[in-house]
Every structure is written in structure tokens, then in C-alpha cells.
Design a protein around this ligand. Structure first.
Ligand code: B12
Length: 316
């Protein structure tokens, strides 16, 4: 079969298994363009015979953006991520049946041989842009034309000969003139085509590893044995146990920038009625957006943040 036919076969299989979007990136492009060359998240680091990276996306159920209950919002994203892993494994076995090799990458796993801190073996958002699924937004989320940012991602490395998809030609994000992700961010983590990861993680990883370290320190530093005992038996400890057991709150714990993003065919139908107004917006945040627009219009001396233009497609 030709490469084009193989690609069609894989996409049909992915759809049958429940994927919402599938794209194929040539491994060579990902090897040549690591998002941060100091810590190259490239396929060849993992497997040097890999010729293609199949990127799959699954949206979260729209109802979750109507849930007021935090535990649901912490829990459901992990069901989606788990489903993606299962599907990626299914696609890998399917490729083996065609006589080639394939395997899913460690999706939300921190590769300790790379930069200190949480850093995936492959940056899935960058791979998704290379596979033509969307472009990176103001806060570096992958934004897709169909579902805005409201998709989780996974990737499969393979040596199956596949025809790659073309990258999109125009930015999908509306940029600082929209800026709704910046205005809504509860930890004020959104920069100019950038994100303050530490700030973001206070919400996105509220029972993540940094929070766990803090909790353990509180226990060690307790002034009395009674205080330490009560910290050990606290609801906080239970929350960490739940996070370890289900993933809920370990990561994926904040969906605010997702539900306010007006890009995507689903926004008007499922989100606009509840999320059109943004209570977290302040004059100071709105001013920051104005400054970004001025900078983009060349009305400022500051340097334009160009690190991510290959993937945002903004201003190129
Ligand atoms: C670690 C991690 C986090 C960390 C750090 C995020 C980050 N930006 O790296 C924290 C906890 C903050 C986080 C938060 C969230 N995450 Co997260 N996260 C990951 C994980 C596991 C690894 C990310 C990674 O490797 N980044 C790699 C580096 C290269 O990316 P980067 O640092 O953004 O690189 C750019 C900038 O650093 C910039 N840059 C470099 N140098 C400099 C210097 C300057 C001065 C500037 C301005 C910029 C700059 O240029 C680089 C290239 O564009 C991935 C899974 C994966 N394997 O990809 C999920 C992943 C990215 N997360 C995801 C999601 C959904 C989220 C959250 C929405 C929370 C949630 N509900 O799940 C938030 C959104 C935050 C955001 N807007 O980025 C999804 C993204 C889906 C999508 N539609 O985009 C992923 C792909 C998980 C998945 N399986 O789907 N996440």
C-alpha cells in the first residue's frame, strides 16, 4: 500500500477507536525543530528508527464545563487521558498487524534526564502543531479549529511508512486582542505567548509533587507531635492519596483557560452561555493586553517574544 493509503488506514482506525482528531508529523521535522533545543524532546532520543509521530486528540465531555463540583473537574480529565493511552496502545498493536512497529509515548510522564521540573519525553502540543492539528495559543495551549484548546493529546511513534499532514498556514488563536485566557487565569500565569509554569501549577497541579513536598515539610516542621498527627490524618493527606490513586489533582486540575476560549465550533453551542463574562478580569490585566497589542504593532521598544513563532504562527 502507498503511504497515503497507510495514513488513511491509521486515521480510520483511530476514529473507530474513539479519537476526535488525528494528525501525522514526520519524525525528521520534530528532530530538526525541538521546542527548546537545550533539552531536545525529539523522537530520535527515544527511538532512532522512528519515521512518523501519530498525534491523537480527544476532547473532554462538554458537560464538565457546567459542573460546579471541583472533584468532577479534577477527575474527568484523567478519564480522557486514560482513554487516549488505551487508544494509542490499540493503534500500536494495529500497526504491528501491518508488519511494522509502534508504541505510545509516556504521555504525562516527567523525563528526569531532561530539564529539572516537569518536562515530557515529547512535547505533545508542539508535535500536534507539526501534525497539522492546530497552533499554539497566547498561553501556549494547543488551539484546534474544531474544539479550541479543549483536547488532551497523546502520540505514537512508528516506523510504518506514512504520508505526513501539512502544518496549518495561519494562527488559530486570536491573540492578545482576545486575551480571554489571560483575563480569566485564576493564578494570573498567562504571559505574551508564554506561561508562568510555577503559577499555573498552583491550580493545575494542586495535589501535584510540589504541593506534596510542601505538605510533607509542614508535617516535619510541626511544633508538636499532636499537630503532626493531625496533619497526617488531615483531608489534605487524603487528597494526595486520591491524586496518587486516580490522578485527580496531581495534574490537569484547572480548566479555566479552556472554557473561556472562544475558538472552536463547540464554543457557541456548549460554553458561551455560561462563560461569556469573565469575573477574574481586572483593569490591570486589560492594560497588559493593550501593551502586548502595542508591542505587536511595533509601538514599543521591547523585544517581541519570538521563541514559539514556529508553533504559534503569529507574526510570521
Ligand atoms: C509539564 C506540563 C505542564 C506544566 C508546564 C507546562 C508547559 N508549558 O510546559 C504545567 C503544570 C504548568 C501544565 C499546565 C497545564 N497543562 Co500540561 N503538560 C505538561 C507536560 C507533561 C509536559 C510539557 C512539556 O514537556 N513542555 C515542554 C516545553 C518545551 O514546552 P514550553 O516550556 O511551553 O516551551 C516553550 C516555552 O518554554 C517557550 N520558551 C522557551 N524559552 C523561553 C524563554 C522566554 C523568555 C519565553 C518568553 C518563552 C520561552 O518556547 C518553548 C517552545 O514553544 C505535557 C504533556 C507532554 N508530554 O507534552 C502536558 C500538557 C502540555 N498539558 C496539558 C494541559 C491540558 C494543561 C493545562 C490546561 C491543565 C489541564 N487542565 O490539564 C495547563 C495549561 C498550561 C499551559 N497553558 O501551558 C495538555 C495540553 C493540551 C492542549 N490542548 O494544549 C498536555 C499536552 C497533556 C496532554 N496529555 O494532553 N502542564
Amino acid at each position: 500500500m502507498s503511504r497515503t493509503e497507510n495514513s488513511r488506514l491509521i486515521k480510520a482506525k483511530a476514529q473507530e477507536l474513539g479519537v476526535d482528531l488525528t494528525g501525522i508529523a514526520p519524525a525528521e521535522e520534530l528532530n530538526l525543530n525541538p521546542p527548546d533545543p537545550r533539552w531536545p524532546q525529539t523522537p530520535q532520543r527515544i527511538w532512532d528508527e522512528c519515521s512518523s509521530v501519530i498525534v491523537i486528540a480527544k476532547r473532554v465531555p462538554w458537560g464538565i464545563f457546567r459542573a460546579r463540583d471541583l472533584s468532577t473537574r479534577l477527575y474527568v480529565p484523567h478519564l480522557v487521558m486514560g482513554r487516549l493511552d488505551t487508544i494509542a496502545l490499540g493503534i500500536s498493536y494495529f500497526i504491528e498487524e501491518q508488519g511494522f512497529r509502534a508504541f505510545p509515548v509516556a504521555q504525562n510522564y516527567t523525563d528526569p534526564t531532561l530539564k529539572r521540573g516537569t518536562y515530557g519525553s515529547i512535547s505533545l502540543r508542539h508535535a500536534a502543531v507539526e501534525a497539522g492539528l492546530g497552533t499554539l495559543g497566547l498561553n501556549l495551549n494547543l488551539i484546534t479549529p474544531q474544539f479550541g484548546p479543549r483536547v488532551y493529546l497523546q502520540a505514537i511513534l512508528t516506523d510504518f511508512p506514512l504520508e505526513p499532514d501539512e502544518r496549518l498556514k495561519n494562527p488559530v488563536c486570536l491573540g492578545p486582542k482576545c486575551g480571554r485566557c489571560l483575563l480569566s487565569c485564576p493564578s494570573d500565569a498567562v504571559g505574551h505567548w508564554n506561561i508562568d509554569k510555577r503559577r499555573c501549577s498552583t491550580q493545575a497541579q494542586r495535589y501535584g509533587v510540589a504541593a506534596l513536598f510542601r505538605h510533607l515539610h509542614h508535617i516535619i516542621d510541626a511544633e508538636t507531635k499532636e499537630e503532626a498527627k493531625s496533619l497526617i490524618r488531615s483531608m489534605e493527606t487524603v487528597n494526595f492519596w486520591q491524586a496518587l490513586r486516580t490522578g485527580a489533582g496531581a495534574y490537569g486540575g484547572c480548566l479555566r483557560c479552556w472554557e473561556v476560549c472562544p475558538v472552536g465550533e463547540d464554543y457557541n453551542v456548549h460554553l458561551k452561555d455560561l462563560h461569556a463574562s469573565i469575573p477574574e478580569s481586572t483593569p490591570e490585566k486589560r492594560n497588559r493586553l493593550k501593551e502586548m497589542i502595542a508591542l505587536e504593532n511595533g509601538e514599543s521598544d521591547e523585544e517581541y517574544p519570538s521563541h514559539s513563532t514556529r508553533w504559534t504562527l503569529w507574526r510570521i
